[in-house]
Write a protein that binds this ligand. Structure first.
Ligand code: BMA
Length: 310
């Protein structure tokens, strides 16, 4: 298969050093990104040396050069419910716009396991925490950009334990209560990711289906995980149906900033931006340490899924 993603030559595009020194931020990775009008907004996952994670907004005019704001976003850390279920950390925000509102779905880790949690904003200046929106154990939630069958929809990765680590879809009338869950893709069906898989960037609507970039993990010897990216095409009306699955991973850890870092051999996406010319910027974390971007096109991704008549 030809190369599917072209890494930006000046990767990484953000590192911990790009944040104010007094913030103590060491790492930035797995950030969600959206294009709002002409500007790009990144909801950065940042981490300090105490392993505290925050969501920190950074802005850009071109999708490559991002400037972090002076401080992370404020979430209600004094709210007992927020505090109890995010006691470990909250992280990996994915941004979706629905009817002019921007939603950040993120993972929230605590002694209870991992849950999904939701924040909304109209302007990326003021943020409102909407609550925890899953039971444990669930992570990697990403909202579709429109309702499906009259309901909000999301891809997610319930941790079903054992050798299960599969991608699911679920639905909601109000973004708070979720159900009608169906398994979409099982790790055992992805030949390069037999350990676990999960959703990555927000699904991209095409006439051929929802183009979905996901992450997949294989275990090498010494229990070493290798995180890669793959792409599949889901049915527009029923995204639990996989129409096509690219046989090969579309991005594997190869560069030093992907192979070496806090967690070696990780590429992990939480966001992609489609431009007017159908080029796509795929944002991804390298080795749980730095923020990177790579580019491709809708046509190349569809071709990887076996769709050639575009
Ligand atoms: C996953 C998530 C990601 C992380 C990856 C590799 O389970 O927690 O945030 O990038 O592990 O460590």
């Amino acid at each position: 298969m030809p190369r599917l993603l072209d890494r930006y030559a000046k990767n990484p595009i953000l590192t911990g050093r790009d944040f104010p020194a007094e913030s103590g931020i060491k790492r930035v990775f797995n950030s969600g990104v959206i294009k709002a009008g002409k500007r790009y907004v990144m909801a950065c996952r940042v981490e300090d040396a105490a392993l505290r994670n925050r969501i920190w907004i950074a802005d850009s005019d071109d999708g490559y050069h991002f400037t972090p704001r002076p401080a992370p976003i404020e979430l209600p850390s004094g709210d007992p419910e927020f505090a109890e279920y995010t006691a470990g950390m909250y992280y990996d925000p994915r941004i979706t716009e629905l009817d002019g509102v921007f939603y950040l779905m993120h993972a929230a880790h605590s002694g209870h396991g991992c849950r999904l949690s939701l924040v909304r904003t109209l302007d990326f200046d003021r943020f409102e925490w909407m609550g925890h929106v899953s039971a444990p154990d669930n992570r990697n939630g990403v909202l579709f950009p429109e309702k499906i069958g009259g309901l909000y929809a999301r891809l997610e990765r319930p941790n079903t334990g054992g050798s299960f680590g599969d991608m699911w879809v679920s639905y909601s009338p109000d973004l708070i209560f979720w159900g009608k869950a169906r398994c979409v893709l099982r790790n055992r069906d992805v030949r390069w990711a037999w350990t676990k898989i999960g959703p990555g960037a927000m699904p991209i609507k095409t006439p051929h289906g929802w183009l979905t970039i996901f992450h997949g993990v294989r275990t090498q010897c010494a229990q070493h995980y290798v995180y890669q990216l793959g792409v599949c095409l889901l049915d527009l009306a029923d995204p639990s149906k996989v129409l096509k699955l690219a046989e090969e991973a579309i991005l594997e850890p190869e560069e030093m900033y992907e192979l070496v870092g806090q967690t070696p051999s990780v590429v992990f996406t939480s966001g992609a931006v489609v431009e007017d010319d159908d080029s796509v910027k795929v944002y991804y974390g390298g080795a749980d340490t730095v923020q990177c971007v790579a580019t491709t096109t809708i046509a190349r991704l569809l071709k990887a899924c076996g769709v050639t008549a575009i």
